[in-house]
Design a protein around this ligand. Sequence first.
Ligand code: OGA
Ligand code: MN
Length: 218
Amino acid sequence: MSDLSAVLDALERDGYAISDFLVDRSLAESLRHEASALHSEGVFQPAGVGGGQTRERHESTRTDHIHWLDPAASSIQGAYLVAMENLRQAINSRLTLGLFDIECHYACYAPGGYYRPHLDRFQHDSRRALSAVFYLNDAWTADDGGALRLYLGEAANAPSLARSPRLDPIGDVPAGDYRDVLPRLGTLALFLSDRYWHEVLPARRPRFAVTGWFRTRA
Ligand code: OGA
Ligand code: MN
């Protein structure tokens, strides 16, 4: 996908877009270095899952550790949030999603880490409208695992499924086509948060990303 208008076309047509050029390469590299430095410092925390699950239940769902971005924390985080703000305005000028702001965190999956199939919209908070996952991993190949698996089929989007809090962690995967996206440095995946079931397949290497959600007003 070669330019912004092609990304907007895809979002309008399909409700998702995968792009390799929307964020500068040098910013991607800076984010990668910062993420791994912060991770080494031990500031990442186990990620939460909405709905007050027990810790055991939670770990059967996702294993990543996260650290929220803050524009005041570093110029690198600030630059990424500016890039997302520009993208937000471009998307709003073409689509009627009414995106109001974005929240983002770094995420790291240790080898063996995963996130079971889920939707990104919380049951009690419908503000998350468009998910934006930006990948930070050099020289990643299919053998490294860790793909984002985006379920495209109708069954994956059926209202009855969308109403359930989430799928059973093992099995019960949405039927139909899917698309696997490798978490390569510079790749940005955009998809409608309440429409596309997705999961992170087990990775064999540490896997870094900036995960974000463009939100509507409450
Ligand atoms: C998430 C998520 C996907 C990825 O954090 O909600 O689905 O590819 N992440 O990291
Ligand atoms: Mn998700």
